[in-house]
Write a protein that binds this ligand. Structure first.
Ligand SMILES: Cc1ncc(COP(=O)(O)O)c(C=O)c1O
Length: 323
């Protein structure tokens, strides 16, 4: 994990110096909220994908957790992300802003603490493995349920929530699978440990409703891209056996991007390879993220941006470099 410079409360410091005191409740009780964002290489330099939506969700997560006041506005964080990506000089990277309770809240009253903000970036290849994008991955339905919406707040990326994801992911990997599919407390499919889930059946695309899941920004992008490509997309409850009957299944998230589930609970899904609808969406997503689709340029925040001086974004990369 290569990371050179980290933004810590307004200062860019070498990564080794980006440390926090051992005594903070962000660490002890998981009282922190974070984002996972990616910056992609484009013909106009690195661009951060859907940065404003991620920063909005970050601040929303802080509100849900009732975090103490944060010194920085959404616009400040957007600028700080650009500054951090530029300071590291990466063409493509993962971006991790984190707001944590840095002081106080030892009595678990988050409101009496203080908030600190850090932004790290690092080079991070395919999250589900080098072959995942091409061949898809194998998943199982986890023995761990996803959060009950009145136990943990599923719309917020709260650090403590991720113990649930870690339990499920660790179990799946130990059982020989690549990813865990989590059911919600009433037994319907919710999402994976760090991705939302889609099915393709009889040419229609179906994804699970937002009630118990994180409202993924990649999920939103995929719904838009799919509808723009002429697909019908429905948000409706999905049962476990509907997973097995799908023609195609795929997961999507910032870290994983778009990856087919080629097998679920030992049942082959469709042809057992990345299906054609998944492939089309994978390509549309990567084209949008890399600035090869002018229609979705609005989703990009250029790191070294001076919009007036920027050439038009229509020039695609040479074929083969895209996906
Ligand atoms: C539990 C969970 N679901 C879904 C997602 C996908 O969200 P996004 O597409 O915004 O990265 C993530 C990743 O942040 C996640 O942690």
């Amino acid at each position: 994990m290569r990371s050179k410079q980290v933004w810590m409360d307004g200062r860019v410091v070498p990564t080794e110096q980006a440390t926090v005191p051992f005594l903070n409740t962000g660490l002890h009780y998981g009282l922190a909220v974070f984002e996972g964002i990616r910056a992609y290489r484009t013909t106009c330099g690195p661009a951060v994908f859907r940065l404003r939506e991620h920063v909005e969700r970050l601040m929303g997560s802080a509100r849900v957790l009732a975090m103490p006041p944060i010194r920085w506005s959404e616009a400040d964080i957007v600028e700080a992300v650009r500054e951090t990506v530029a300071a590291n000089g990466f063409d493509e990277c993962y971006v991790r802003p984190l707001i944590y309770v840095s002081e106080g809240a030892w009595n678990l009253d988050v409101g009496n603490g203080k908030a600190g903000v850090g932004i790290a970036v690092w080079e991070w290849g395919p999250y589900l493995g080098a072959e995942a994008r091409e061949k898809g991955v194998r998943a199982n339905v986890s023995s761990f349920a996803r959060h009950h919406p009145n136990v943990m707040m599923t719309k917020a990326k709260i650090a403590g929530n991720y113990a649930n994801s870690a339990l499920a992911k660790t179990e799946s990997v130990r059982l020989g699978f690549d990813e865990a599919i989590m059911l919600d407390p009433s037994g319907f499919v919710a999402e994976c440990t760090g991705e939302n889930l889609f099915l393709v059946r009889d040419a229609a695309i179906v994804t699970t409703p937002t009630a118990t899941i994180l409202e993924g920004i990649t999920r939103d992008s995929i719904i838009t891209l799919a509808r723009d490509l002429g697909h019908e997309v429905r948000e409706e409850p999905v049962s476990r056996d509907q997973l097995y009957l799908a023609d195609e299944a795929f997961v999507c998230g910032t870290a994983a991007e778009v990856v087919a589930l080629r097998e679920i609970d030992g049942r082959t899904i469709g042809s057992g390879r990345t299906g054609s609808v998944t492939r089309d969406l994978q390509q549309a997503f990567h084209a949008a993220a890399r600035g090869e689709s002018p229609r979705y340029e609005k989703w990009l925040t250029f790191v070294g941006d001076d919009p007036a001086k920027r050439p038009a974004l229509a020039t695609p990369f040479p074929s083969g470099e895209r996906v």
